[in-house]
Each structure stands twice: as structure tokens, then as C-alpha cells.
Design a protein around this ligand. Structure first.
Ligand SMILES: *[C@@H]1O[C@H](CO)[C@@H](O)[C@H](O)[C@H]1NC(C)=O
Ligand SMILES: *[C@@H]1O[C@H](CO)[C@@H](O)[C@H](O)[C@H]1NC(C)=O
Length: 312
């Protein structure tokens, strides 16, 4: 998912950035038949697609994955949509570059689905691990495409700790004690996540050196979410529920893979704000709010987004 936000008053910025998070579960906010006017797009546009990947659907098909659940709208396609919106809101090259230079771009969080799809189709770590450098290259290409159009302020989040996600904990249940860290998360899966994030940070530093004058900032979703799981009480979460979904089909972690939150008869927990995980895969609104604040005000993005805003 990539979101673009035109620099404007702080309030508008908050709304637009939060939308980028919430759209993970919604379908594309930006659609061909969207009633939004060109004027609306000047304040922000969200290109998020539910279950969107970085890698092309074709690649998954070639690797013999079932692509019924994998959308064809990879990040590259979303960048194509972005170019169309840009062309629609400004008629001259000078205007377009002016809009790019005064806008803020949030590229991601994206990448987790590239790993989720194969894992939930029973592929091994040996299958998924080699995808990581390709995923990172794909993020870099998208960031470069935005820079080429004139972007000056880009935020790129890493992925959150997949080893603490209830659906994964259920899927790989019954492991050896040594498979779990002190928080109860799967070590090897958090290891994969950490590898992705480390490579992403390195790539963003490289891009920053290659493009002086462009601010490219890594956003640390991994440590932000992990801190909620390891120190739940600090943020009002219940210790016993950090690895359990609020809304699910029962069983350990309340993340039964055959019965989902959206299925008839599944009743959400009465106190979602005390949970980290909403449906076993996505976080609760309470968590997204904390993540948004950590990026807007810091410390999980340096410089924070608000410190870049024009407060006049
Ligand atoms: C994965 O393996 C499980 C257990 O063997 C099986 O029930 C399930 O159908 C498999 N899923 C896919 C997508 O192949
Ligand atoms: C999930 O829950 C349903 C309903 O209780 C049950 O029929 C099904 O066997 C469970 N599936 C798994 C994988 O535990």
C-alpha cells in the first residue's frame, strides 16, 4: 500500500495517514468509479489494496501457488494508479513536480502478504526466505519511481513481528519450547521479519545516499508492536490477551483458521481496546492508533512526520 498526502494542516494529515492504516482491511479506497473529485485527491489519496503484495501475482503463479487469494494489484500497479491521479490533478510538469515536492508519501506497510500467502499455503521457510531480497528490491523500485516524479518526503515502514501474530501461532502450534521466545512468539518467524527490516533499512540508506535532498525515513513498526506485546500494561493491554485475537473462531490464540471473524456467529471480544490482535492477522484500532502516533510524533520515525509539517 502506498499513500500520498499533500502537506497541509496537521489535522488533515492525521486523518489521511490513519486512513492508510485502516484501509488494510478495506478494499481499495481509490477506484476508477470513485466519487472523489480531483480536489479531494489534492489532500491525499490511499492506494491500499486488501491482501496486496509487492511481488507480481505472476511470480506466485510461476512458483505454483494458488493465486485465488492473491490480488493482481501489486505495489507496482499501485504506483501506476498514482501516476494517473497525479496527471489528473495537475496539467503541467511544473505543477506536478510542485505537488510531489510538497507531499508526504507513506509507502507501506507492505511485504507481509508476500510471506503470508506462501506460508499459509504450507510453503517452508526455505521457500519464503529467498523472496526477501526480491521484496526489498521491489520496495526500492517503487520509492525510486516516486523520487523520479519529484517526491521529497518518503516514509517506509518495516513489517511487524509476524512470529507474534495469532494466526501464525495457531498454524505452527505445538512446536518445541525452544521455538518460542520469552514473549511466546515464534523465534524463526520473527527472525525472518527482522531480516526483512534490516535489509529494508540498508536499502533505504543506500537510496538516501543516492538521492541527497530527498528525505527517506524508515518507520519501525517491528519494535513498536513488539513493545506492546512485551510490555502490554504500559499501553492498557491485558497481559493474557496479547497473543490472542479479539475476534476469532476459538481454540488456542482464538485464531482458528477455518472460522474467521467475518463468519456468521463469530462474536468479537467485548473489550477490543485491551487486545493487540483484532482478527488474528490485523491489529486492533487501539494498536493502529498507537502506531500512527509513533510515526506522527515519534519515536518510531526519525524525523517524525509532524516535525516536517508546515504548522503555519
Ligand atoms: C496444508 O497442510 C494441511 C495439513 O497437512 C492441509 O490440511 C491443508 O489442506 C494444506 N493447505 C494447502 C493450501 O495445501
Ligand atoms: C475451528 O472451529 C470449528 C468450529 O468450532 C471447527 O469445526 C473446526 O474443526 C476448527 N478448525 C480447526 C483447524 O481447529
Amino acid at each position: 500500500m502506498a499513500g500520498a498526502v499533500t502537506k497541509t494542516t496537521p489535522l488533515r494529515l492525521v486523518v489521511a495517514v490513519l486512513l492508510a492504516f485502516l484501509a488494510v482491511t478495506a478494499s481499495a479506497y481509490l477506484q476508477a468509479k470513485s466519487p472523489a473529485t480531483k480536489g479531494d485527491f489534492r489532500y491525499g489519496a490511499n492506494f491500499a489494496v486488501a491482501s496486496g503484495t509487492l511481488l507480481n501475482q505472476l511470480l506466485f503463479r510461476k512458483k505454483h501457488l494458488n493465486v485465488d487469494q492473491i490480488t493482481p494489484y501489486s505495489l507496482g500497479i499501485q504506483i501506476g494508479w498514482f501516476k494517473k491521479v497525479l496527471a489528473a490533478i495537475a496539467s503541467t510538469d511544473v505543477q506536478r513536480r510542485e505537488i510531489m515536492a510538497s507531499s508526504l508519501f507513506l509507502v507501506g506497510e507492505i511485504g507481509a502478504n508476500d510471506y503470508n500467502h506462501p506460508f499459509f499455503q504450507n510453503r517452508t521457510l526455505g521457500f519464503v526466505r529467498p523472496l526477501v531480497p526480491r521484496v526489498i528490491r521491489s520496495i526500492a523500485l517503487s520509492v525510486e519511481a516516486l523520487i523520479k516524479l519529484g517526491a521529497k518526503n518518503i516514509y517506509v515502514p518495516g513489517i511487524f513481528p509476524l512470529g507474534c501474530v495469532p494466526r501464525y501461532l495457531y498454524f505452527y502450534r505445538g512446536g518445541e519450547p525452544g521455538d518460542y521466545d520469552s514473549a511466546g512468539c515464534l523465534r524463526w518467524l520473527n527472525g525472518l521479519t527482522a531480516d526483512h527490516n534490516r535489509m529494508l533499512k540498508g536499502k533505504l540508506r543506500e537510496l538516501g545516499r543516492a538521492h541527497p535532498g530527498v528525505s527517506i525515513t524508515y518507520v519501525d513498526y517491528y519494535n513498536e508492536v513488539l513493545s506492546l506485546i512485551t510490555r502490554p500494561a504500559v499501553n492498557g493491554f491485558a497481559a493474557g490477551t496479547v497473543l490472542r485475537a479479539c475476534c476469532g473462531g476459538g481454540g488456542p490464540y482464538n485464531a482458528n483458521l477455518t472460522l474467521h471473524c467475518s463468519d456468521p456467529g463469530v462474536v468479537p471480544c467485548p473489550d477490543p481496546a485491551k487486545y493487540v490482535s483484532w482478527d488474528g492477522l490485523h491489529m486492533t484500532e487501539a494498536v493502529y492508533k498507537i502506531m500512527a502516533r509513533g510515526m506522527l510524533d515519534g519515536p518510531f520515525a526519525t524525523p517524525s512526520i509532524m516535525s516536517k509539517c508546515n504548522h503555519s
